[in-house]
Ligand binder design. Sequence first.
Ligand code: HEC
Ligand code: HEC
Ligand code: HEC
Ligand code: HEC
Ligand code: HEC
Ligand code: HEC
Ligand code: HEC
Ligand code: HEC
Ligand code: HEC
Length: 415
Amino acid sequence: MKRPTFASLFVIGFLGLPAAGLAQGNSCLDCHKELDGALQAAAVAFAQDVHGQFGLSCRDCHGGNPATDDVDKAKDKSFKGAPKRERIPEFCGGCHADAAKMRGFNPSLRVDQLDQYWTSRHGQRLKAGDAKVAVCTDCHGAHGVQTARFPKSMTFPWNIPQTCGRCHADKALMASYLLPAGQLEDYRASVHARALFDKKDLSAPACNDCHGNHGAYPPEVGSVSGVCRQCHPSAGELFAKSPHKKAFVEIEAGECGACHGNHKIEAPTNALIGSTAGSACIQCHEAGSKAWTTAAELRSLLEEFESGTASAEVALDAADRKGVEVSEARFKLQDVHTILVSAKNLTHGLDLAEIRKAIVDGENALAEVEAAGQKALAEARFRRRGLVVATICLALLAAALALKIRRLKEKRMAS
Ligand code: HEC
Ligand code: HEC
Ligand code: HEC
Ligand code: HEC
Ligand code: HEC
Ligand code: HEC
Ligand code: HEC
Ligand code: HEC
Ligand code: HEC
């Protein structure tokens, strides 16, 4: 059923008719829809609001009397108006931190957002009187609040960078806190953003997956790897066994960030390791040191193996284009790729012997690819040789036939 409009309420009021049905109506909504600017925007946005979908209304947050179209009566003693920014967390927490209240709506919804919020840098700064930090409505909106599962929600993964970036990419605002403002731009250039936006891979992290939703706080140096490890467990385990583990704690280097960066994380290549420009290792290791030598050796091991893999691939492609059947060799090449990925992963452990062993396995597998490739080529050559013989036979046959036909023709002409 269509709700009575402001105009119809006005007519009812004007004619002095009893306001039938008004008790179930919502004069707040109806009146505000007819206003303009922010007063109207609140009512319009509410059509998409999760609170409205759960049967809550203006009054549940703002108080007041929605059963009268008289402004003064509507804003009665119970009317709370719009909360100031610094009051918003408690305002929303009035329900969201009240387990008994929330249970009636959705027993599985967490009720720790407010508690968590106070532990975050945002919450701590707000408590200290700084209202420029994020409050609930900066990340969720006030009207038109949506669950994170709704793709248009401010908290849906691919809207999050924008939600946080509204403040964190604001250079002037961040400069006043002596904070860098490049996280959004850096993040956008990362392998994670490409996965999230281009591949629509929702398992790739947005800001909140590394920083938390409500306890938004940069992880302490020691816990950074904990964040990355949730999704990259094997690199994490190898790192933990490596000599870097203890050393990085001592020099307070970010466990993963020291080599990969925190936001502009790119798909790594062999250039990241070794003793030449672009390598992460030379930030900390001096030329000639044991670690420097190890870095250089790891680089050449990986490079050689990777270029061997690449040439095998080129050769198979070329054979494929000529119509040679190379599926068996290709199948074996997949094993080589797996070994290459795992050898790169093993660099996190810094265990030279272990990596050498992986590369020996890889080279054996590569030899099998080559053998399979050679076999395919030999078969193709054999078939081609067969084809040449067949073609010659056919040509001879054709020539013989032509001769025969000519002779027959000559015979016919003569007779
Ligand atoms: C979930 C709680 C909640 C509900 C439900 C709610 N509001 Fe609000 N409203 C807020 C908060 C919080 C603010 C202040 C924050 C802001 O302005 O962004 C606010 C601000 C407002 C403002 C002031 C806007 C401004 O910028 O000056 C108006 C007007 C308003 N609400 C009207 C309504 C109306 C009408 C409804 C029903 C259609 C409604 N609200 C439902 C939480 C709520
Ligand atoms: C007949 C029209 C009308 C009705 C009914 C009405 N409002 Fe308003 N409301 C206004 C106007 C006009 C303003 C701006 C002037 C002002 O602040 O009083 C306003 C301002 C507001 C504000 C922002 C200013 C503040 O005090 O914080 C909120 C929030 C609000 N209304 C909520 C409500 C709620 C909740 C109801 C229902 C219980 C309601 N309104 C019913 C016309 C109405
Ligand atoms: C009057 C009680 C009440 C107030 C005040 C309130 N909420 Fe809610 N909120 C609810 C209820 C009930 C739900 C529906 C439960 C659900 O979504 O499962 C809900 C749902 C939500 C959801 C969606 C949760 C999900 O993922 O399912 C978000 C986000 C949210 N509220 C944020 C806010 C914010 C931000 C404020 C303050 C501006 C606020 N709420 C104020 C009661 C309230
Ligand atoms: C810095 C941004 C930010 C702030 C501030 C914030 N939230 Fe959230 N909130 C999020 C994100 C992001 C999610 C979605 C998590 C997900 O992906 O499921 C979320 C989820 C929620 C949910 C759904 C249940 C849950 O915990 O996952 C509720 C309810 C909620 N927030 C309420 C609040 C309340 C109340 C406040 C203020 C005390 C608040 N939020 C402050 C970012 C924020
Ligand atoms: C309304 C603006 C605003 C929004 C939106 C916002 N923040 Fe913030 N945030 C701030 C301000 C201002 C600070 C500076 C507080 C300080 O550190 O003194 C801050 C601090 C931080 C810090 C601590 C930085 C440091 O080392 O001091 C992190 C981490 C952070 N925010 C992450 C996020 C994430 C993640 C989101 C989105 C989910 C987000 N913020 C949304 C304003 C915002
Ligand atoms: C892959 C994980 C990850 C993602 C995604 C991520 N961050 Fe960070 N962020 C970090 C790490 C790690 C640090 C460094 C923490 C430390 O030094 O203790 C950091 C630091 C920060 C800081 C503190 C200042 C600085 O630059 O060192 C802010 C502010 C921040 N991030 C905001 C954001 C915002 C906004 C987004 C989304 C656009 C985002 N982060 C995405 C991991 C991430
Ligand atoms: C929420 C899960 C998640 C978190 C947290 C996370 N990542 Fe990722 N990461 C991914 C996914 C998914 C990909 C795959 C992207 C693709 O190639 O499709 C990826 C890709 C990468 C890659 C490129 C891998 C390659 O083979 O090209 C690196 C390097 C990386 N992440 C490092 C990090 C670091 C460092 C951190 C912590 C600061 C981190 N990640 C945190 C999920 C995560
Ligand atoms: C943030 C600084 C930093 C970066 C970057 C870094 N290391 Fe280290 N590394 C250390 C420290 C500190 C130690 C322990 C002290 C030492 O042996 O120099 C160490 C130790 C080592 C060791 C053990 C040395 C030994 O004597 O047993 C090896 C091997 C090593 N690093 C290799 C590498 C490689 C390879 C890279 C690049 C992929 C790299 N490191 C990048 C700081 C770093
Ligand atoms: C000492 C420098 C260094 C540190 C510290 C480091 N990495 Fe790496 N990472 C590398 C190098 C070098 C490569 C391989 C580059 C190549 O040869 O392609 C790599 C490759 C990767 C890859 C892609 C290959 C694979 O393993 O799947 C991921 C993902 C990754 N690192 C995640 C992490 C995570 C998570 C951490 C923290 C636990 C971390 N890295 C710490 C240097 C480092």
